[in-house]
Design a protein around this ligand. Structure first.
Ligand SMILES: C=CC(=O)SCCNC(=O)CCNC(=O)[C@H](O)C(C)(C)COP(=O)(O)OP(=O)(O)OC[C@H]1O[C@@H](n2cnc3c(N)ncnc32)[C@H](O)[C@@H]1OP(=O)(O)O
Length: 143
């Protein structure tokens, strides 16, 4: 199923189990990620793979993870050699959703504004149209 990349991460457009609004700016060369494993794969090295890598918290979407996700996605999107981006999780979980420990004082809209790639306002107004040549693919299951 081909799904517009950015649309998948927009809360109003994505199926609940794909709700991950990401951000992006990845410098594959030399960037160190704490919460992600970022690689180029495939025979032509044209598939960007982003694996959520915070298994102790079931890959909860803390600010650090989301900031890194934005960086990684942006960098892949800016890379003309990347034709697809795959976002995947860990062995036990794709992601346990918003970080309810770190953001316990935030309400749902606040989490969206703080953690997700497009703002709630952009999502609601449909301003976050896809401008990328990449397709995003999600692999895994929300808990
Ligand atoms: C944008 C809005 C949203 O996303 S709303 C949804 C927010 N997410 C949740 O409410 C899920 C909360 N988590 C759970 O209900 C459970 O963890 C579970 C059902 C997803 C899995 O249960 P299980 O028993 O298998 O694991 P643990 O509960 O022991 O969790 C392991 C470890 O991960 C930490 N953790 C889990 N989910 C989150 C989270 N969303 N944010 C932050 N941390 C999370 C959990 O606290 C455990 O850590 P530990 O240090 O061992 O206490």
């Amino acid at each position: 199923m081909a799904v517009p990349l950015r649309a998948l991460l927009c809360p109003t457009q994505a199926p609940a189990h794909l709700l991950l609004r990401a951000p992006a700016r990845l410098c594959l060369a030399g960037t160190q990620f704490q919460y992600l494993v970022v690689e180029k794969k495939g025979e032509k090295q044209n598939v960007g793979v982003i694996q959520l890598n915070h298994p102790k918290a079931l890959n909860a979407l803390c600010d650090g993870l989301m900031n890194e996700m934005n960086q990684a996605l942006n960098d892949f999107e800016d890379d003309p050699h990347i034709g697809a981006i795959v976002i995947t999780g860990s062995e036990k979980a794709f992601a346990a959703g918003a970080d309810i420990k770190g953001d316990a004082d935030q309400n749902f809209p606040g989490m969206l504004r703080g953690q997700f790639p497009c703002t709630l306002e952009q999502s609601l107004s449909g301003q976050e149209a896809s401008h990328s040549s990449c397709e995003w693919i999600f692999s895994g299951q929300w808990l």
